[in-house]
Design a protein around this ligand. Structure first.
Ligand SMILES: Nc1ncnc2c1ncn2[C@@H]1O[C@H](COP(=O)(O)OP(=O)(O)O)[C@@H](O)[C@H]1O
Ligand SMILES: [Mg+2]
Length: 1057
């Protein structure tokens, strides 16, 4: 029937569809205005803004992070760690909460302010913000509370809280019911609760287990002009405990969904909505309803993609990682402009994202709004924290117009009925037929359909609302309680069983989602796997790299054993791949597939292996995995840069294994790997950066490789996740995506084969350097040789006189100096680099790289490159460069999108990846965070010393010759005066003296010793780790994290060039 429905023909208007739509929009706007002005004048109030600064976390403490935030009264200051002498930037807000220090943890875990400290506890924050929300809700105002800030800054801590440190949301709900209890008995109070998540512009109902693919629809209510989520579950609640249970349910659903779908929880916005209605009689005896909608929003992490360096990426769309969050920023800016009165005609782009649609009222309309900006206090977060402060500063300019939402109940019901009748008529009426100018029939038809659908949806929503009005609140409450009872039993059961029965409990990157999912292990055999397995497994998991029969846990005599369920099923126990039956001990870490991480608890035998920390978190489990991949995880003795690099590795490793799993699933023939590469190797000498963490992508069909910086990888990863999500949603286009849009595809680019360093100390003694340098890749593997020469010369490039020798580098100061860099040739080991080779380098103060021409079709290219570098007068900096600096030569190979190997084409990505891993056994194990090559520096120093020594020897010999000459002369010719002049000339020119010679000799000996020691440890270093790993593979699983965390053995294993 619906298909024949026509929209009403309205002869008094020009009957185009477009005009009809425009008319409806106008009308809805006027109605909204009318409705808002119904009772009283709106109270115009600014958005209230609070900032809060959290304590340092463990990582920040370990790294010795510097505090960049300070608060004094209403003033918050932030110091740029790069410019410590500059004035800090100042901001003022309505509330400034110092929660960084000055507190004590009580026995129950609650953090309480020390006497006299400026610490703000959870209660204090509630007293200001939560209480305000409550008071306004009782008055009948809509209220909204947002938490903004980067991931890990404390948004969820403030909103929801952890353990006994309950946040604003639970305390507010608790207090709401206390106030209802103490309230007017003649008033009826009705509270409903809903919880949703916006991820990737899709809305998911967190109180529902089966959300439609693609999420719930968002529509605009034409009467109020506001947007709403179609079919969102709203539950009637009668106590705080009920809200608490529902919140737990929502959080558990969020956790399951994010684990199954490889979604990153920090990218999701969580919106809790509480409606609070008070029904009472007014003086006229009319029944009125005062209603307040309270929105509590925990926003997605605010970190911007470009802050991680994704700006250079070919594919930009992914940089807009969170459309909702950037739209929110634009809405806030527009509103701030409007409110500051400067610009009158500002279009507020609410329609740009799901979040801004749903929060339209909260942001620029009828609502009392509070924003809490969470600040990360550590130096490395400076950029993000400053951006948060600026955001908060803009938000405080926004003025809202809140009204008391109070209406006679009869009127509300009457209006609903009327609206319903009107809509029904419209559905039965005729459609306007004439199109607007330039519209063809197909377009008119499309718009007609659209409008029809809109009216139908409105009708449906309206009828839902009527039905809702018809059902008494008591009935709703009863319905909800019945539903909850069933669920509550399971929840209570979990609580009860936790202390009795063995179980797996989940770990998530987001602490809010950790410890939420429990799988109890029954006696006998328990199967774990995908739900489409036959027979269906007892514990069902979904997601990447989960096999049908993934694993089996047997529980007998208080002991659990785990084994793989089928060949190739990926499980890790304490970071070690599971290959056969292994005993599970209390607090062991179990990773199924790429992201189902659990901790095993065995209350029947609660003895954890020695050295197991009592509290195991996500970081610990990730470190352990990294360690078993061969990354150094000890932080003792590391520089700040190294610790940061280590943090980045730990952050990237799980992402890389996820992307690898997606590559396998979508058969993309790509493999990814986290590698460390020195700043010099990436950017040439002068890079102040230490070792840099990058991701290498390899095309498994033709061996081409690419190095992606962290930001670019993260950007691509989001796009890859999205692609995979579309694939899961059944979008067949995913398999046919054109390469230009494919996040796995990249045009071939030159690949960095390896680097070689020349230290310039010889120049400071005006000596030349001529050597065969070995070119090593980032893993320290030799890839070839480079023949270079660096010679002090005349301005025309003529080498200096053999005898020109500088005693003390200081002698060069203020004088002109020239040197010539010659790149003679190279030899490269791998045949695949014969497509073309060139070398790039930078010398001191060069902005750009100097490059040799590309030499093709050879593995021993002759570059014959010369360059003369001139200093008109050597200054201290340049001298410093000679004495301590080096030139990093980067050898690049040309890659082509060559024809893929047909034999390989027949293999799946999974098989190719396995083959790849077999070909490079143990290579990954040699990764370590280390400074630029000390060794080649030592070598250079020795070389200089050797040359200096040779010269001294020459001169010594000359003196000896003079002496013996003198001795052999007849006595009458032995004139002392000329002899002395001769000798002292030689001695002085050859510099000094015996003492220097002895010193040089000593240093030389020491250097040689060190070099020898180093070489021998290089040989065995890798073995040290491998041996250690072996012992863990053999017995490690039972042992938990046996042994201390790789205490420095790794750092000897290899030096990253
Ligand atoms: N004010 C605070 N006091 C103590 N710990 C805090 C505070 N704010 C945050 N934290 C801790 O910092 C970590 C990250 O906080 P969280 O609220 O989960 O961040 P976000 O939600 O912004 O990603 C958590 O372990 C949390 O306990
Ligand atoms: Mg959070």
């Amino acid at each position: 029937m619906a298909d024949q429905l026509e929209l009403p023909h309205q002869p008094n208007r020009r009957g185009s569809v477009v005009q009809e739509i425009a008319r409806r929009r106008r009308e809805s706007y006027h109605q909204q205005q009318l409705l808002q002005g119904y009772r009283e004048k709106p109270t115009s109030a600014r958005v209230k803004v609070a900032v809060r600064c959290r304590p340092f976390n463990q990582r920040e403490k370990d790294r010795g992070a510097k505090l960049i935030i300070d608060m004094n009264g209403a003033m918050t200051t932030i110091q740029n760690p790069e410019t410590p002498n500059e004035e800090p930037k100042k901001f003022t807000f309505d509330f400034s909460y110092w929660s960084h220090d000055g507190y004590t943890e009580k026995d129950d875990g609650y953090l309480e302010a020390n006497p006299g400290s400026k610490y703000s506890s959870q209660r204090r924050v509630f007293d200001d913000l939560g209480q305000g929300v409550l008071d306004n809700a009782f008055k009948g105002f809509n209220c909204s509370l947002f938490a903004y800030g980067q991931t890990g800054s404390g948004k969820s801590y403030s909103m929801v809280g952890y353990g006994n440190n309950k946040g604003i949301v639970p305390i507010t709900c608790d207090e709401l019911f206390k106030a209802i209890e103490a309230g007017d008995k003649a008033t009826k109070y009705e509270v409903t609760f809903s919880m949703l998540e916006i991820y990737n512009e899709q809305v998911r109902d967190l109180l529902s287990k089966d959300n439609p693919k693609g999420g719930l629809q968002v529509r605009q209510n034409p009467k109020l002009g506001l947007f709403y989520v179609v079919g969102l579950k709203k539950v009637a609640v009668g106590s705080y405990a009920e809200i608490d249970k529902r919140t737990q349910e929502g959080t558990a659903n969020r956790t399951v969904a994010s684990t199954n779908m490889n979604a990153t929880s920090s990218r999701a916005h969580t919106v809790v909505t509480i409606t609070f209605d008070q029904i009472s009689k007014n003086e006229a005896g009319e029944e009125t309803k005062k209603s307040s909608v309270i929105n509590l929003v925990d926003l997605a992490g605010s970190e911007r993609a470009d802050s991680t360096g994704a700006t250079g990426d070919r594919l930009k769309e992914g940089a807009n990682i969170n459309k909702s969050l950037s739209a929110l920023g634009n809405v806030i800016s527009a509103l701030a402009d409007l409110s500051s009165g400067g610009k009158k005609k500002v279009m507020v782009p609410y329609r740009d994202s799901v979040l801004t649609k749903l929060l339209q009222n909260a942001l620029g309309g009828n609502s009392k709004t509070v924003m809490i900006a969470a600040l990360s206090p550590a130096d490395i977060n400076y950029d993000e924290t400053l951006s948060t402060l600026r955001y908060a500063d803009r938000a405080k300019k926004i003025k809202n117009k809140a009204v008391v939402n109070e209406n006679p109940l009869d009127k509300l019901i009457r209006e609903l009925r009327e609206e319903n009748e009107k809509l029904k008529k419209q559905m039965g009426g005729a459609m306007p037929v004439a199109g607007g100018a330039g519209m063809d029939a197909a377009e008119i038809e499309r718009m007609r359909k659209e409008m029809e659908e809109e009216i139908r949806a409105q009708l449906l929503a309206n009828q839902e609302q009527m039905k809702d009005m018809d059902e008494s609140f008591e009935d709703k409450l009863k319905r909800n309680r019945e539903e909850q009872e069933a669920m509550g039993a399971a929840q209570a059961n979990t609580q009860d069983r936790k202390s009795k029965d063995p179980h797996l409990v989940n770990l998530n990157e987001d602490p809010m989602l950790s410890g939420v999912i429990f799988h109890f292990i029954e006696p006998g055999e328990m199967t774990i796997g995908r739900k489409d397995a036959n027979p269906p497994p007892m514990i069902q998991l979904t997601g990447l790299s989960i096999s049908k029969q993934h694993a089996v846990i047997t529980f007998e005599n208080s002991e659990a054993t785990i084994k793989p369920g089928e060949q190739g099923a990926k499980t890790k126990i304490n970071g070690v791949p599971l290959t056969g039956p292994t005993t599970l001990q209390h607090l062991d870490r179990v990773l199924f597939g790429s992201n189902h991480m659990y901790v095993f608890h065995n209350p029947l035998n609660p003895k954890a292996p020695e050295n197991t920390p009592s509290k195991i978190d996500w970081d610990f489990a990730q470190k352990e995995i990294a360690k078993h991949k061969g990354f150094d995880t000890a932080s003792a003795g590391m520089s700040k840069e190294q610790i940061i690099a280590q943090e980045q590795i730990l952050e990237l490793l799980p992402m890389v294994s996820e992307v690898n799993a997606i590559s396998e699933e979508l058969n993309k023939h790509r493999t990814f790997e986290v590698i460390l590469i020195s700043g010099a190797a990436m950017e040439g000498y002068g890079s102040k950066k230490g070792a840099k963490v990058v991701v290498k992508m390899k095309n498994l069909l033709n061996g081409n490789t690419w190095l992606w910086e962290r930001g670019k990888f993260m950007n691509r990863r989001y796009m890859i996740q999205e692609l995979y999500q579309r694939h899961l949603d059944g979008d067949e286009d995913v398999m046919k995506i054109p390469k230009e849009e494919d996040p796995f595809w990249e045009p071939p680019e030159d690949v960095l084969i390896g680097t070689a360093n020349v230290f310039l100390q010889s120049l400071s003694y005006a000596l030349d350097f001529d050597d065969k340098l070995s070119v090593t890749d980032y893993k320290g593997v030799e890839e070839g040789n480079l023949y270079v020469n660096i010679t002090p010369c005349s301005d025309k490039g003529k080498p200096l006189d053999e005898d020109f020798f500088v005693e003390d580098p200081q002698e060069l100061l203020g004088k002109p100096f020239h040197y010539k860099v010659t790149i003679k040739s190279a030899e490269v080991n791998k045949a695949k680099y014969s497509k073309g080779l060139h070398v790039k380098y930078k010398v001191y103060q060069d902005d750009d790289f100097t490059s040799t021409p590309v030499i093709k079709a050879t593995l021993s290219p002759e570059f014959k490159h010369h360059r003369i570098i001139t200093y008109p007068a050597v200054n201290e900096d340049q001298l410093g460069y000679f004495e301590h600096g080096c030139i990093t030569f980067q050898l690049y190979g040309v890659q082509e999108d060559s024809v893929n190997d047909n034999r390989l084409m027949k293999m799946t990505t999974k098989e190719l990846r396995q083959m790849e891993q077999l070909q490079t056994p143990g290579m990954q194990r040699r990764q370590t965070i280390s400074e630029a090559s000390e060794e080649s520096k030592l070598r250079n120093e020795l070389d200089v010393l050797r040359k200096k020594f040779e010269r001294l020897e020459k001169k010594e010999k000359r003196i000896q010759d003079l002496c013996s000459e003198w001795k052999t002369k007849p006595a009458e010719e032995q004139q002392f005066e000329p002899f002395w002049r001769h000798v002292s000339a030689v001695a002085n020119s050859s510099g000094n003296k015996l003492k220097t010679r002895v010193e040089i000799l000593n240093t030389m000996l020491k250097g040689q010793k060190m070099l020898r020691a180093k070489q021998s440890s290089d040989g065995s270093g890798a073995n040290v780790i491998q041996a250690q790993n072996k012992s863990q593979e053999a017995g490690g699983a039972q042992n938990g994290s046996n042994g201390s965390i790789n205490s420095g053995a790794g750092s000897k294993a290899c030096v990253i060039q």
